[in-house]
Ligand binder design. Structure first.
Ligand SMILES: Cc1cc2nc3c(=O)[nH]c(=O)nc-3n(C[C@H](O)[C@H](O)[C@H](O)COP(=O)(O)OP(=O)(O)OC[C@H]3O[C@@H](n4cnc5c(N)ncnc54)[C@H](O)[C@@H]3O)c2cc1C
Length: 374
């Protein structure tokens, strides 16, 4: 059987796409199920799925019109010759502005404005943030006339895959893989934009479609071998994804170790996730759920605040050998949660700052503290 990988992704059939959050949520989140039937691919709970998206056809059409090329012109790609439109849709990165592509663009455009931006690191960073190639192509001071479609495609980087924490257990749903995805949407320079892969899945795929995927192993995010070990899972927003896989796995295994999930999102009315699946686990006492609705009151509450409020109990769990998992935003959440954890260890464990850090380092070494942050 063919071995599928990042270089040779499997065309997985979409089983279904459904919203997780409610209409009006600022944290628009979707759930996608793919079938892995016939792929021979397998994964372990805690792994990620690589997805190779297609660009938004409206953006592709606008870009082709702006560069004044024929969409049906033949161009070479690593997968053989195809049309310009197909290549820009499936194989080329047209949204991520980076110095190399802008430099190659300016070798054709000879724009003084773009040259000045390229020479100034801060100006370049500022220009690239939230813009795409259509902004360059439609700027009258940056116009480039490519000799032909192949010359244009030749300056572009290739479409890169995006990784998503797998939100299912292979033992709970054999032959399938689920994702929990936050749609990235924003407005820059008066144009509404979407993250390529997240809006591909949120807006442009439906049951029966084929999507290019591969399994990305994550050996550093694994459930404890002993199903009796208590686990504390901290996953606000789409950080809940791998924990859905964890609770599915523990149920499939009949494991009895206590589970505690810290989840968070802005508003309870629109932003709850998987509540129908969590409710029976909470009711049966298998899972303890602490939710931080950050904006449902005058002051903000985040998962780390709930952890601090539950310091005594968290410390008791840690002393009973609990493993702690964290998933989601690497920029702020991960640092704040780690700080809260260190604080709990120091205050409840009567340890100095250094001793608390050593305690957490020991947990990490024993694989009792694992992070999947991005
Ligand atoms: C190991 C791992 C696991 C992950 N798991 C998940 C998961 O389970 N669920 C999930 O949803 N995501 C997950 N991610 C993130 C995911 O891989 C993508 O990065 C995310 O979906 C965005 O990809 P995109 O193609 O939609 O956006 P892209 O097309 O890559 O666009 C992102 C870019 O858009 C621009 N941008 C974004 N917001 C703004 C703004 N407000 N203003 C201006 N510019 C902006 C920035 O240039 C940013 O770099 C994970 C990442 C990793 C590494």
């Amino acid at each position: 059987m063919e071995a599928y990988s990042m270089k040779n992704p499997f065309p997985a059939t979409v089983v279904g796409v459904r919203p997780v959050t409610k209409p009006g949520s600022a944290k628009e989140t979707i759930h996608v199920d793919y079938s892995l039937e016939g792929s021979g691919m397998s994964y372990v709970t805690g792994d990620a799925l690589g997805v190779i998206p297609c660009n938004d056809p409206a953006l592709v059409d606008a870009l082709i019109a702006a560069v004044g090329l024929n969409p049906e012109a033949e161009v070479p790609t690593p997968c053989g010759t195809t049309t310009l439109k197909e290549a820009l849709t499936t194989s080329c990165d047209i949204t991520n502005l980076k110095k190399p592509v802008l430099t190659k663009w300016n070798a054709v455009a000879n724009s003084a404005k773009l040259a000045a931006i390229l020479e100034d690191k801060d100006a370049l960073k500022d220009f690239c943030w939230g813009r795409d190639l259509l902004d360059v192509a439609t700027d009258p001071e940056m116009k480039a006339e490519f000799s032909d479609a192949a010359a244009f495609v030749g300056i572009l980087g290739k479409m890169l895959p995006r990784l998503y924490s797998i939100a299912s257990s292979p033992d709970a749903v054999p032959g399938q893989v689920s994702l929990c995805v936050g749609a990235v949407r924003y407005t820059t320079a008066e144009r509404q934009r979407g993250g390529v892969c997240s809006t591909y899945m949120a807006d442009r795929i439906a049951a029966g479609d084929k999507v290019r995927v591969f399994v990305h192993s994550n050996k550093n995010f694994r459930l404890p071998e002993d199903g009796n070990t208590p686990i504390i899972m901290v996953g606000p927003g789409t950080g809940i994804a791998p924990f859905r896989a964890f609770w599915q796995q523990r149920v499939a295994d009949g494991a009895t170790g206590p589970m505690w999930l810290f989840f968070g999102n802005p508003y309870q009315a629109t932003d709850s996730c998987y509540e129908d699946e969590l409710a029976p686990l909470v009711e049966s006492g298998k899972l303890k759920l602490s939710v931080a609705w950050s904006r449902d009151q005058a002051y903000k509450i985040y998962v780390q605040n709930l952890m601090e409020q539950a310091a005594d109990e968290i410390w008791a769990w840690l002393e009973q050998g609990a493993a702690v998992y964290m998933c989601g935003d690497a920029n702020r959440m991960a640092k704040d949660v780690e700080k809260a954890l260190l604080n709990i260890i120091a205050t409840k464990g009567a340890r100095s700052e250094e001793e608390a850090a050593a305690y957490l380092a020991d947990m990490k070494k024993a694989k009792r503290y694992q992070k999947d942050v991005y």
